[in-house]
Design a binder for this molecule. Structure first.
Ligand code: XMP
Ligand code: MG
Length: 211
């Protein structure tokens, strides 16, 4: 199933009713991109796809911390509704420093033992694919998974080809830096219900100036 395309141009002008975020973030976002309600409905469709593909199996649903957490929780609940069995695992990976991908990724902590398991990596966003192009070989070699697929909430439409293809994708989004619904900019903005494009004020914000 193809991802839902979020166009480059504004889809819905955000009105004040949409501005559901801590008040100290006012002015930190430039465009409301995807509302939580759309994310939840898309997540239910992705769970159906996974259930069709993994029926009778117990895949390991692997959460890539921290950004994927809200998507992960909602995906697991949607799988529960479908009576799909699964195992839960977590991995912590760091690649971004501010707006720039560092090109290096670091697994922080232990790599889970996934020997013989069908693994579904749950990501918040696929950008260049650098993170997953490093993580997948680590999982293949160190964890001995028997199969690995990627389920990402978002994929960015970037000009160069992505280094990794995801089989399950929620939304295709413009090539902008986005935050909210677990996605952060220097650890801020994970605490927002919707996905927004960050503004210059949001980029310039000193976390120490916030409560
Ligand atoms: P790559 O380029 O490795 O990027 O595919 C994937 C990882 O980088 C982070 N990332 C973002 N985080 N807003 C974010 O908050 C973004 O627009 C963005 N783009 C990439 C993210 O952690 C992801 O796992
Ligand atoms: Mg991430």
């Amino acid at each position: 199933m193809d991802p839902i395309i979020i166009p480059d141009e504004e889809t819905y002008p955000s009105d004040t009713a949409d501005r559901v975020y801590p008040p100290e973030y006012e002015g930190h976002f430039s465009r409301l991109l995807i509302k939580r309600e759309e994310i939840l409905s898309r997540t239910a469709s992705l769970a159906e796809l996974l259930h069709n593909d993994y029926r009778g199996k117990r895949p390991v649903i692997l959460c890539v911390l921290k950004g994927s957490t809200p998507f992960y929780i909602n995906l697991l609940e949607a799988l529960q509704d479908l009576t799909q069995g699964y195992y839960m695992e977590y991995i912590r990976v760091k690649s971004y420093d501010g707006l720039e991908t560092t090109g290096r990724i670091k697994v922080e902590g232990a790599v889970p033992n996934l020997e013989g398991k069908d693994v579904i990596i749950v990501e918040d966003i696929l950008d260049t694919g650098t993170t997953l192009s490093h993580l997948i070989p680590i999982l293949e070699e160190q964890s001995k998974a028997s199969s690995i697929e990627v389920c990402t909430l978002l994929t960015k439409r970037i000009s160069e080809p992505q280094k990794v293809k995801a089989k399950y994708v929620g939304f295709s989004i413009p090539s902008k830096f986005v935050i909210g619904y677990g996605l952060d900019y220097n650890e801020l903005y994970r605490d927002i219900r919707d996905v927004w494009i960050i503004s210059q004020k949001g980029i310039d914000c000193d976390p120490k100036s916030l409560p």
